[in-house]
Design a protein around this ligand. Sequence first.
Ligand code: ZN
Length: 215
Amino acid sequence: MNLKPQIPQVAHSIEGFILAPEIDEAPETPIHSAVRDILLQVGEDPNRQGLLKTPDRVARMYGEITAGYNIDPEKLINGALFDVDYNDMVLVKDIEFYSMCEHHMLPFFGHAHVAYIPDGKVIGLSKIPRIVDMFARRLQVQERLTSEIARFLDDTLHPRGVAVIVEGQHMCAMMRGVKKSQTRMLTRAMLGAYKDDAALRSELLATISLERSAE
Ligand code: ZN
């Protein structure tokens, strides 16, 4: 069974990745009729002026915010692995991300901090935010987003250790129920040396919060 959502192939780009040619109007897709159904079911009139183009806008938007399903990881890496004689921590922090909670199809967003300790290989700096984007731009839960980023780097770089820390705010928690709008969720994935070595973990956490407090 194909579990991929059906999305129109409209123009969208992620930091320079053009995923499909630009066209003026997205062809009618099942998303268009589904959105019309939702509008009707919530008591709206899909034919009123302000809503006429909403199904098309939503269909295009889903193309963009779920673009991660269509990215080829091999192409994303695109030879940006380099042999380097450097064996200390590499940390890319405060990577902004926007994702969609798979339980409510509402956004969650925040920052990811990605660290690894190379074992002879490093990856181009710009690739790490793109890897975060590739996994964020699909239906997710924050826990899986965190571990997918970590596992991908582990499989690609075979480093001594990988650590991914994600801080996210979830619209489904902010808009609904208890409405604790400032609550942030923290998830982390620690692999290899970061899993085994408590000193490495505290060094990483200290580095992240040290830089935080200096801001
Ligand atoms: Zn949710």
